[in-house]
Design a protein. Structure first.
Length: 127
């Protein structure tokens, strides 16, 4: 399992200037040697301060593409995605926050994205 944080507002798939965002994702992602074999589960939590006009589905593809060649060989190995946005001013209760997420939540630095890549579940769960 890989957890990391990227600071800043994510760019959507349709954004004209998404390359700097993808570069940020690549800089923060811990490189995997060898690259992880699939199938993978990708979790994207966008923490924003105040309001946002981004749709959760539009921030997935630039992140998936940025991780190619860094974490996995091809984004086709991602078979399960959970993407959501969370207002920092209305934080829900966390059962257990990963340490890197807990550290990010204690810093007043603005918007950020928590990304987790893990093995895909071996059984389907509907919740």
């Amino acid at each position: 399992m890989i957890d990391f944080v990227v600071w800043g507002k994510p760019k959507s798939q349709g954004a004209k200037h998404k390359k700097p965002w993808k570069d940020s994702v690549q800089r923060e992602a811990p490189a995997q040697i060898p690259l992880l074999a699939g199938p993978h589960r990708l979790r994207i939590d966008y923490f924003y301060d105040g309001t946002t006009d981004l749709d959760v589905d539009n921030i997935i593809k630039p992140i998936q593409d940025a991780l190619e060649g860094i974490v996995y060989a091809d984004d086709e190995t991602v078979v399960d995605v959970c993407s959501r946005k969370i207002n920092l001013q209305q934080l829900p209760l966390f059962e257990v926050a990963p340490p890197i997420l807990g550290a990010a939540l204690t810093r007043p630095r603005g918007d950020f994205v928590f990304i987790r890549i893990a093995d895909a579940h071996t059984r389907l769960e509907f919740s």
